[in-house]
Design a protein around this ligand. Sequence first.
Ligand SMILES: Nc1ncnc2c1ncn2[C@@H]1O[C@H](COP(=O)(O)OP(=O)(O)OP(=O)(O)O)[C@@H](O)[C@H]1O
Ligand SMILES: [Mg+2]
Length: 308
Amino acid sequence: MIYTVTLNPALDRAITVDSLLPDDTVRVKTETDYAAGKGIDVSRVIKELGGHSVALGLVGGYDGLRLEGLLLNAGVVSDFTRIAGETRTNILLREESADRQFVISASGPEVSAAELGALFQKIRGLSDAGYLILSGSLPLGVTPEIYGQLILAGRALGAVTVVDADGAALQEAVAHAPCCIKPNIHELERLVDRTLETEAEILAAGRDLLDRGLEQVLVSRGRQGLLLCTRDGALKARGPEIDAQSTVGAGDSTVAGFILARSRGLEVGECLRWSCAAGVATAMTPGTELCHRKDVEKILPQIEVTEL
Ligand SMILES: Nc1ncnc2c1ncn2[C@@H]1O[C@H](COP(=O)(O)OP(=O)(O)OP(=O)(O)O)[C@@H](O)[C@H]1O
Ligand SMILES: [Mg+2]
């Protein structure tokens, strides 16, 4: 089974209004809630592509229940650990008359040591973890060390550990040698603390990480596609030119496509092809919408995979 872990999920509330008028009542035209979080996105894309996963993570309060219910309706299986604090709500406010969008992001509840311990116990008790995908930011009360501990736990279970994180969490993860990481180019630059302009520079950074015990370094580069460094060599994937609508979740989609293909036993070039196709297909959809299976299938043969 593929397990995804989202430590800091959120309800995204998308609200549209006509005009924002100060000191006046502004009526809401439409209001839609969406269960958000990077690991949750990975689980959604795996489901869309016909695979199975279980979304793990920390949710609390009424909004945590809503988040769980929204995922149930979307057919995404979850097994969250409950916390006392209320799951955060982010506001995505669209002012139609001015064609403007505001994103108001909440920091979320503080997680107690006992709650974190409960999640950890759950993960350590998994009997069928083939893949453990750790994605996203840390909630208040949780230190980056959790990423290292989760990798150790995943390894003890015999799972392939995958990390999509940034900053101190990614640093900590790399120190414990996960099987695979999926930084975007900016996250990779912060990780290795240097600018990476050319393909050769990115590949050199990837090789340094392999020397630290990682097996696969998958680097996403927006419209320039993906680079994959492995001990057997490096590969590059490039998708067709598209009219990108919104790249939100494109990186999460690349993780989902890559790991789903890997879990199906496809060879590494094909895994990269699925990864890139899922990312491109998500970039074609508006807002927080993720890829559609029919788009991914259409794009797959158009992905150019080359050995470097
Ligand atoms: N403008 C674009 N045109 C074509 N493909 C794109 C575009 N943006 C993203 N993609 C595809 O999606 C993949 C992931 O994108 P990106 O590098 O932006 O990930 P990211 O920064 O981790 O995104 P996020 O964390 O928001 O999900 C790219 O490797 C590429 O395949
Ligand atoms: Mg990303």
